[in-house]
Every structure is written in structure tokens, then in C-alpha cells.
Ligand binder design. Structure first.
Ligand code: GUN
Ligand code: FE
Length: 449
């Protein structure tokens, strides 16, 4: 059963760049674990409502140094790459894929190995406050379904894709779909199996149509996956214009941008999320907007593989939906706290520029910085918008996805106690030791011992 009510001070983003703070509010949940009402301290009904839950012993109460944040939403993560987090990040993308990533992902033909890794990863993500994740699994139908089941059991909202890589020219013999037809048939079986599983999962578990990226798929597979996405009204994910190589490769192959090609194959829709998208131009951005397709911004991974810094502020100005992703293991950290920080820092470097041989005025790209409030939005409400789900905000009608963060270990000398400063410190300084409890759809999914 979900908790019925929780009382504490909370931060939430109702819109991009805006953070709301409410002190010691009472958050009431319904039987489905959805936030039903929020009663603030100045509401005349507040004392009675609090007493009501207290007397029934149905109230979770935060201490004065604890704060509630929405559960984080990781909009791009490769679950099978967890064992190599932090490894070989000095290699270029294609070499990293061929020599490290594909051999590792091939091991998920072994279901026991898959379960061992996936159990550990989902525990880790929950401990870091991530209540929803959009996962790439591997080409293996059974192991991908095992990941969905593990999310279901552990109470995390998992959106899982069996990866399609069918092109013999783009993939190694030992790790690719047996044929295009097999890839499409396995994807359809997987969609049906996850939909069946989802019937008994309160927080939701969702199948995702997942062409790895254009270079690993045939035209027939991309078109077939677009048809499956339409037939089942599924989420879709892929990589789009990540680095210079992918950007140039797709232009050469299709005579158009990655965005145009993927959209023309029917892979862009309101439930589509394209990882990285670092090289998209303004016309591409318009295609994202027209289809309400989102970008998964992966700031740590981008330091290694993007050959660029994505102009997040410009894309937001154009109206593109953007969520935040860890991109394990292109990014080394499972923590969206770490990715929030990097999103801010990378945008600052884009704005200031990096080459001191250039004049200050010529060095950077003006108006590129984003602040913590914006990055916090990307990790929460932006993810909800990207996935087209009522998650990522502490507000009535949203799922009761919450993390309880303690500030007791942060520097505290009775100064800098403004809410704005408290949030800044939480986002910059806290780590998983400070996350005391995590709720997904109102259910306790992690408690720090
Ligand atoms: N492009 C295709 N596959 C991958 C992957 O696993 N990681 C990253 N970062 N980019 C990719
Ligand atoms: Fe990726």
C-alpha cells in the first residue's frame, strides 16, 4: 500500500527555471499513490488534517533538516553497461563500442548474469533518488524482460527497450539481431510481454521501441520499428546526432540529418526521446518541437563522446522538451545529482569559451549558461514532460515519487538558510548517503539504514 500522507518542506519545479518551495507542507496521497492534495501551513484546515493522519499513525514526518524533492527521472541509461561504468572513457565512441561495449552487452545472452547486474543497478539508482528510468537493455528479449520485471518488483518505474541492431554492415557478427524480421518479431513479442507484466505494476512499467542508432539499423528495421511504435502507441528511444562521426555518417547515408531521417521513419512522436542530439540545427529542433519529441541531455557522457557542448539554453528557447540522462556508461555516474552539476558547468564553459588564445569576446557562445534551477527542472519535471507521464513534480495529480534528503551532514553554521541556498547546497553537495528515503508511486522503495 502507498503511504497516505507525508509532512515536510519541499522543492518542485512547476515550469522551466521556476522552483517552488513550501515549508512543512502536508502532502496527501490517494490509494493509487498519486498526490491528491497539498495542504500548506497557512491553510486553516492544516492542523486538523495533520492530527487526522497522526492519530491514525498514517503520517510520515520529516525532521527540520530534511527536505523533499521529486524523485529523479533518468531519461537515458544503458542498464547492461553498468559493469563497465568508468572504464575506457579515453577511447573514441566507435572504438569504445566495438572493443568494450558490444563484447559486454553480448554477455546478456546469459540470463543469470543479466539478473545479477540489473538487480544491483536498480538498487543503486533507487538509492540515488532515481524513481523513473528510460533504459536501453540489449538485443536479448529474455534479459530485457528480466530488467522490466526487476524494476516492477523493486518498485521503480522502468521504461525498457529491447535494443535493435540488425545491420550486418554496422554490427559485429557475435552481437546483432539474427535478421531484420527477427528483430521486429522480438520487439513485438517484447512489447506484448511488458504490457502483460504492467497489469500488476502500480508505478508502471513500459516497453520502448529501441533502434540503437541509425548506423546499427537497416532502413527496413527503422521503418518497421516506426510502424510498431504507431501500432502500439509505444515510447521510442534512440541516439540522435551524438558526435561528429554519427552526425556525418547519417548525412552521408540518407542525404539528410539524423533528426530528419529518424522522423521520416516514424520514430518521432510525443513519447519519443532522442539521446544526446548534440549536433541538431534549428530546423531539426523544429522537428523535435512539431512532434513533441524530447532530447535526453547527457552532460557527463557528452564530455567524452560528444565532440561538442550542446546549447541547452538555445534549444529550450526554441521550445524543445529536454530531460536529463546519466547515459551509463558513456557517463560514469549513476547519480542525476552529478549530471545536474555537469549540466550547469558545461553550459558555463560553452558561454565563457575555453581557448585563452582567443579574445574574451570571441571565446564563448553568449547566453548559453543554465543555472541550477534549470538543471533541477531537467532532472524532474523535464523528464516527466519528455516521457509524457504525470511525474517529476510535487503537485496534485502527479505520482507520489519523492526523495527525502537530509542536510544534517552539510555545512551548517546558522547562516545561508534561505530556501534558495538550501536547494543550491542540496544539489551541489549532497550524495547518496544523504538520501534517507525514496518513494515511488507512494511506496517506500529505498531506506537508508
Ligand atoms: N551510440 C550507439 N550506442 C551507444 C552507446 O551505447 N552509448 C553512447 N554514448 N552512444 C551510443
Ligand atoms: Fe547512450
Amino acid at each position: 500500500m502507498p503511504i497516505q500522507a507525508i509532512k515536510g518542506s519541499y522543492f518542485s519545479c512547476p515550469s522551466y527555471g521556476q522552483v517552488d518551495y513550501h515549508e512543512d507542507a502536508l502532502i496527501e496521497l490517494d490509494d493509487q499513490g498519486v498526490i491528491q492534495a497539498i495542504v500548506n501551513q497557512d491553510d486553516p484546515a492544516y492542523p486538523d488534517r495533520v492530527d487526522h493522519y497522526r492519530s491514525q499513525q498514517n503520517l510520515v514526518e520529516l525532521t527540520a533538516d530534511q527536505y523533499l524533492l521529486p524523485g529523479f527521472i533518468d531519461t537515458h541509461i544503458h542498464a547492461p553497461q553498468w559493469p563497465q561504468a568508468g572504464i575506457a572513457l579515453d577511447r573514441p565512441l566507435t572504438e569504445w563500442l566495438d572493443q568494450h561495449t558490444f563484447p559486454l552487452e553480448a554477455k546478456y545472452a546469459d540470463l543469470d548474469f543479466a539478473k545479477r547486474v540489473y538487480n544491483d543497478l536498480v538498487d543503486q539508482l533507487l538509492a540515488h533518488g532515481t524513481t523513473t528510468a528510460l533504459y536501453f537493455a540489449t538485443i536479448h528479449k529474455e534479459a530485457s524482460l528480466a530488467l522490466a520485471k526487476i524494476c516492477a518488483e523493486k518498485g521503480q518505474r522502468g521504461l525498457v527497450g529491447k535494443v535493435v541492431m540488425d545491420d550486418p554492415a554496422g554490427n559485429p557478427d557475435y552481437y546483432r539481431d539474427a535478421s531484420t524480421d527477427q528483430a521486429l518479431a522480438d520487439t513485438e513479442d517484447f512489447i506484448l510481454a511488458v504490457r502483460d507484466l504492467a497489469k500488476d505494476v502500480p508505478q508502471g512499467v513500459y516497453p520502448v521501441v529501441t533502434p540503437r542508432f541509425a548506423p546499427s539499423c537497416t532502413d527496413e528495421a527503422l521503418a518497421g520499428l516506426g510502424e510498431l511504435a504507431a501500432k502500439y502507441n509505444c515510447h521510442v528511444q534512440s541516439h540522435c546526432s551524438e558526435g561528429q562521426w554519427e552526425h556525418d555518417f547519417t548525412k552521408e547515408r540518407f542525404g539528410k540529418t539524423d533528426t530528419e531521417a529518424l522522423a521520416d521513419f516514424g520514430l518521432f512522436g510525443p513519447k519519443s526521446v532522442m539521446a544526446h542530439s548534440n549536433f541538431i540545427n534549428d530546423d531539426d529542433a523544429k522537428i523535435f518541437c512539431d512532434h513533441q519529441t524530447a532530447v535526453a541531455h547527457c552532460p557527463i557522457s557528452n564530455v567524452y563522446f560528444a565532440n561538442s557542448v550542446i546549447p541547452i539554453r538555445h534549444l529550450k528557447d526554441l521550445g524543445v522538451q529536454i530531460g536529463l540522462g546519466s547515459d551509463i556508461s558513456g557517463g560514469f555516474s549513476p547519480s542525476l545529482y552529478d549530471n545536474i552539476k555537469q549540466a550547469v558547468m558545461s553550459s558555463r564553459q560553452l558561454e565563457e569559451g575555453v581557448d585563452t588564445r582567443l579574445d574574451q569576446d570571441d571565446r564563448g557562445v553568449a547566453n548559453s549558461r543554465i543555472g541550477l534551477n534549470e538543471a533541477f527542472y531537467l532532472a524532474t519535471a523535464g523528464g516527466g514532460e519528455a516521457l509524457d507521464l504525470p511525474i517529476g513534480q510535487i503537485a496534485p495529480g502527479f505520482a507520489g515519487d519523492l526523495q527525502v534528503v537530509s542536510t544534517s551532514k552539510l555545512p551548517n553554521f546558522d547562516i545561508f538558510s534561505e530556501p534558495e541556498h538550501i536547494l543550491q547546497r542540496i544539489l551541489y553537495l549532497s550524495n547518496k548517503e544523504d538520501i534517507k528515503a525514496v518513494y515511488c508511486q507512494g511506496r517506500l522503495v529505498h531506506a537508508k539504514g
